[in-house]
Design a protein around this ligand. Structure first.
Ligand SMILES: Cc1cc2nc3c(=O)[nH]c(=O)nc-3n(C[C@H](O)[C@H](O)[C@H](O)COP(=O)(O)OP(=O)(O)OC[C@H]3O[C@@H](n4cnc5c(N)ncnc54)[C@H](O)[C@@H]3O)c2cc1C
Length: 412
């Protein structure tokens, strides 16, 4: 006999588990199917493991240059296998917490690949589940590059690189989106010779063009080589030939050119949320979509922030300068070095850039330590359309990076 649920969810990543927890909190009976691990890409192969390794890389980098701060770390070295063990423990701890939360919420989990038969019927492990409503949150997978198909040994994707037992001497990273930039910085911090290739004419092509130029500066200071408007012509063993006629060898290639939805064909009457939509492939977008669908709390896609982690962080929201017509906007920039806190932290590299139209902030682009937190403050002002004059009334604590926002407001 088949069971009947109020809601059936395929995929237990951020989109799926958020929908499940909120639906259960609203009193619905929920069944969620997961063919791999609870938490999806974000928790198991994406945001969390990458940021955990990045933290180790940043700590190592900081300690290497800590002498000028009076901190002497003798015989400083790293053990990559321990770093991976710590990453695995962090992921496992968070996954356990999430599994417990789902259990406490009485979400029924089916650890199996689910097949959507029709909008109200899901099959898994030869069992049929009837669902009054169905959400597909099946996520995405790494895009592959013709001619450089993954062999998972020399040509890697973002899953493979998380499973390396030891670091290569050198690596070519294809793509300078968030994943490419974060891995370039992680690997360079550990002393790997990193070269980044970008087919577009600037790094991090989705960012504001001025921010792309700042990333070039960061890459230079972190000894990361890069070529823009460049692709791979061919490889022969470890030898790589580029479209700009340069050639070099690399022990590994990481292809980080974006992700593609796991499901291409959509069924009518079914809700598709998260990466599977192929729209904005970010965990917080997936989470907001889930909440919008289950709770009916609307959100505006214009106000979805982007963050690239590292030190300094890179964060932005809203319009980029290249999206605006000359003469229709005001622009204010502040070097992070103008802030006392950046000197206290020995982290003076960065910029806060705010774009204003009709006395309202329409875009913000930040390279700074804590940029991820700063962008959130600006986002609140933007989404609530608070005029610049009103924002000037706010009191910002000292010394903080937030003071940079305050300083910018008086320069408009
Ligand atoms: C290296 C990396 C770093 C990232 N860093 C960030 C970051 O810092 N910030 C950020 O916001 N985003 C980041 N992302 C993106 C983020 O991970 C995704 O946007 C997010 O995981 C999407 O959530 P989702 O629920 O839509 O899909 P997923 O997390 O992909 O989950 C989908 C789940 O569905 C399951 N599934 C699929 N088909 C079936 C089926 N037929 N039956 C049962 N189960 C099925 C899959 O096994 C998977 O667990 C990163 C991604 C990567 C790869």
């Amino acid at each position: 006999m088949s069971e009947i649920f109020d809601l059936g969810i395929i995929g237990a990543g951020p989109a799926g588990y958020t929908a499940a927890l909120h639906a259960a909190a609203c009193g619905l009976s929920v069944v969620m199917f997961e063919k791999d691990m609870i938490g999806g890409v974000c928790l198991n192969r994406g945001c969390i493991p990458t940021k955990t390794i990045l933290h180790s890389a940043e700590l190592y980098k900081q300690l290497k240059s800590s002498q000028e701060l009076g901190i002497y770390a003798e015989k400083l070295e790293y053990d990559f296998s321990k770093i991976i063990e710590h990453k695995n423990n962090t992921v496992a701890r968070l996954r356990k917490g999430l599994e417990l939360a789902l259990k406490n919420a009485k979400v029924q989990i089916v650890n199996a690949k689910a097949e959507l038969l029709d909008k109200n019927t899901i099959k898994a492990d030869d069992k049929i589940y009837n669902c009054k409503k169905t959400i597909v949150a099946a996520g995405s997978e790494p895009k592959s590059l013709t001619g450089l198909e993954y062999d998972h040994k020399f040509i890697l994707n973002s899953d493979d690189i998380l499973n390396l037992k030891e670091l290569p001497e050198s690596i070519l990273i294809i793509g300078s989106g968030a994943i490419g930039v974060e891995w370039a910085r992680i690997l360079a911090a550990f002393g790997v010779e990193v070269t980044v290739l970008e087919a577009a004419d600037r790094l991090l092509p989705l960012a504001d063009a001025e921010i792309s130029r700042r990333i070039e500066r960061i890459f230079k200071s972190e000894k990361i080589k890069f070529y823009t408007s460049t692709t791979v012509e061919k490889t022969a063993g470890e030898k790589i030939y580029l479209s700009n006629e340069k050639e070099f060898t690399a022990k590994k290639i990481l292809v980080a050119i974006g992700r593609t939805p796991c499901i291409k064909q959509k069924k009518e009457g079914v809700l598709y949320i998260g990466d599977v939509c192929g729209e904005i492939q970010l965990a917080h977008f997936a989470i907001k979509q889930a909440i919008a669908e289950v709770r009916g709390i609307p959100f505006n896609k214009f106000y979805v922030p982007s963050v690239v982690y590292g030190c300094p962080e890179i964060a932005w929201v809203g319009k980029r300068e290249q999206d605006l017509q000359e003469g229709t906007y005001q622009k204010v920039t502040l070097p992070v070095s103008a802030l006392g806190k950046s000197h206290c932290d020995n982290c003076i590299d960065g910029i806060i850039k705010i774009l204003v139209q009709d006395d309202k902030i329409v875009g913000a682009h930040i390279v700074s330590k804590e940029a991820s937190a700063l962008i959130q403050q600006i986002l609140i002002a933007m989404q609530n359309e608070i005029p610049v004059d009103k924002l000037k009334e706010l009191c910002f604590a000292h010394p903080t990076y937030s003071e940079g926002i305050f300083e910018c407001l008086f320069r408009i």
